[in-house]
Design a protein around this ligand. Structure first.
Ligand code: URA
Length: 258
């Protein structure tokens, strides 16, 4: 029998080598407990890979495989909390206010300590995310990740098509031209504006620049998150699916929650 060429023999050998890392090691490294504990979680059927219950000894490639424990993506570590707050007007987006005004962190549980992701002006209402997941907060807040924020703005006067077009194309502000925005006018004097930058007082300044100062501003969406049923001053924990969609949105995937 003729031997196959050496490179073919080497390729066949490398295909036999196990690919990826052992699941229990991947979980342990990401803070889900000791390897022994992680093995137990796998044996108990609590761990899935790409939606299928994993067996002990399974190897995974975390760049491609989706690993979940009890339905929670492994990027979401135990002890992390995610709150969605409908911020009322008058409350400040800070962890501590030297002037003693009410703050957003006073509305949600004190422990574990959480921080707002980005900020809403004191007068702005609407959705605000608070979390102790510094990594996700950092990625969401970074403009390069382009997580959209959608606002409803009640403005002075009734903007015409020229003003709407300027808002869409980008307006000159004192810190530079704004990136193109999605803008529509659901009713006279109301603008629906979607941006992905996070500049200070951006929506108010944009509207002012086109001659229609904002009277009331409400954030109605953060990336994949909406909740029209959350009353001002109310908060709730994100569902696992929402956390997953948020992690994906921060990574550049912008599909809405299914
Ligand atoms: N744009 C504003 O002008 N204010 C906010 O609070 C958020 C976006």
């Amino acid at each position: 029998m003729v031997e196959p060429p050496l490179w073919e023999q080497l390729a066949a050998k490398s295909a036999e080598l196990p690919q990826g890392e052992r699941l229990q090691k991947v979980l342990a490294v990401r803070g889900w407990g000791s390897r022994r504990l992680c093995e137990d979680m796998i044996s108990e059927g609590r761990v899935t890979v790409n939606g299928e219950v994993a067996v002990l000894g399974r190897r995974v490639d975390t760049d491609h495989d989706v690993v979940e424990v009890d339905g929670v993506p492994i990027g979401v570590k135990p002890g992390l909390v995610y709150y969605l707050l409908n911020k009322p007007e008058g409350v400040v987006t800070t962890a501590h206010d030297p002037q003693g005004r009410p703050t957003v962190v006073e509305i949600v549980p004190a422990e574990p300590r959480v921080y707002p992701v980005g900020r809403l002006d004191q007068a702005t209402e609407g959705l605000l995310l608070l979390t102790n997941d510094g990594d996700l907060a950092h990625r969401l807040a970074h403009p390069s990740h382009g997580v959209e924020k959608e606002y409803l703005a009640e403005v002075e006067g009734n903007p015409g098509s020229g003003a709407v077009r300027r808002l869409r194309d980008g307006v000159e502000l004192d810190d530079g031209v704004t990136a193109p925005a999605k803008v529509s006018q659901p009713s006279p004097g109301v603008l629906r504006i979607t941006i992905h930058e996070g500049r200070n007082r951006q929506v108010r300044r944009m509207c002012e620049a086109v001659g229609h100062p904002v009277n009331r501003l409400v954030r109605v969406r953060i990336g994949p998150l909406r909740d029209a049923a959350l009353a001002p001053g109310e908060w709730r924990e994100l569902t696992q699916a929402e956390v997953r969609r948020l992690v994906e949105a921060a990574a550049g995937d912008t599909r809405p929650i299914r």
